[in-house]
Design a protein around this ligand. Sequence first.
Ligand code: SF4
Length: 521
Amino acid sequence: MPHMQFLEESLIELITQTSTNLPPDVREALGIAIVGETPDTQSAQALSIIASNIDMAAQDEGPICQDTGMPTFVVHTPVGVNQIALKKSIHAAVAEATKRGKLRPNSVDSLTGKNSGNNLGEETPVIHFEQWEREEIEVKLILKGGGCENKNAQYSLPCELDHLGRAGRDLEGVRKCILHAVWQAQGQGCAPGAVGVCIGSDRAHGYDLAKNQLFRTIQDVNPVPELARLESGIMEEANRIGIGAMGFGGKVSLVGCKIAAANRLPASFFVSVAYDCWAYRRLGVHLDAASGAITRWLYRDPARPVQRMAEGEGLPLTGREVVLRTPLTEDQVRGLKVGDVVLVNGEMFTGRDAVHAHLVKHPLPEGIDLHGAVLYHCGPVMLKQGDSWSVKAAGPTTSSREEPYQADIIRKFGLRAVIGKGGMGSKTLAALEECGAVYLNAIGGAAQYYARSIEQVLGVSLLEFGIPEAMWRLRVNNFIAIVTMDAHGNSLHADVEKETGARLGALQSRHALQAAEKTPN
Ligand code: SF4
């Protein structure tokens, strides 16, 4: 096999573009969502920030979202191409892209908890090889983050589903599973999302095939008529549930639904759903098999240059925003209510899973005081330049993971605000009310938008947990977020979950009635 001198650079370019520049079909779908959302709602505000973030990421070649996911490559090679050498080049490209800040160090040893720092490790990255009878190499890449990955769902039919009743072993049962999967994701998977679905297969391969559907373009029509009908039916129904962007309640919950059917064992009937967020990052290239040079980009049309997503520069401020400066007082915080838009100024600390698990058992690191402080659920992408750190991407992570710890930490250290995405549960809500604190929802995935709100990295503690899990001390300027859980026992997340559940139930009753009317006596 000839030495492919351009291979590694081509792969680095593929990773960089996938992480930083959303493909045209996803942009188009999000553009339709933006136009379709009710103006001046929280969902519309979230979409406006998302649009700006997409532009900023492409302009600066920064990660669209700080969670660059589990890099998953699907590679087709002509007969005779050395797949071992290709795998080595993919590994080298992943490590280099991480070093350049295009991927967050995201690979953690499951036994020791140690972050490898370069996105390499046991079974990381994921690479699927296939041979084909063409002359070029095709490499497709999807970067799907943990927030949406955690909202994947697999159903074994028949089963009982909240608000939808019994799902049987037929397409009607499959329909119910997919709607349920969209509903249960709420805002935690950074809606509006897209789902790849596999009907059948076994548990393990079903998930693979579901994820593989996310490589189809959003506008692609399924060649199997029943599946094409199911895909468009799901799009129509899911967008009547009312989850909205970030689960704030709104018109657009889903931007894509792609379904495959695979044979199954007679005893099993699985429906596997891969939920992807709005930061639906997948691209592909064709490579010259002799040189490794890129000969063609997939998903892109050279005749259609990248268009800006946002109309203006980010979210236009209305003057009604509440300006907060840390440390926050109890009075200030108790004066906030669900729906208020706030601009946070001053110092802020980051903390994710490792920090929360640590703080419930240990004192704060030396020199840190959290009285009146704001804790940001965020695992940023940081690069060290000399002795100082710079922020490359810094959007919120899913807060529900911290639910087992958050109430204790609020009580123990006197926090006044927690920022994250997707909301938290009843234990945290009770602690907010008792102690006088609020939960602020930042816009999930808006990593570039928020990175620009961070003026300075003031320090870092617990760096031994790895860059994303460390406790970063930041100075922020006008960091925008929405109060979604207040100190008076109100939670927008609980309300939206209840309302969307009721709508799902009503949708199902109507659907069953229509089906009964169509059935001949
Ligand atoms: S946009 Fe949200 S769900 Fe998607 S990768 Fe980023 S944080 Fe995770």
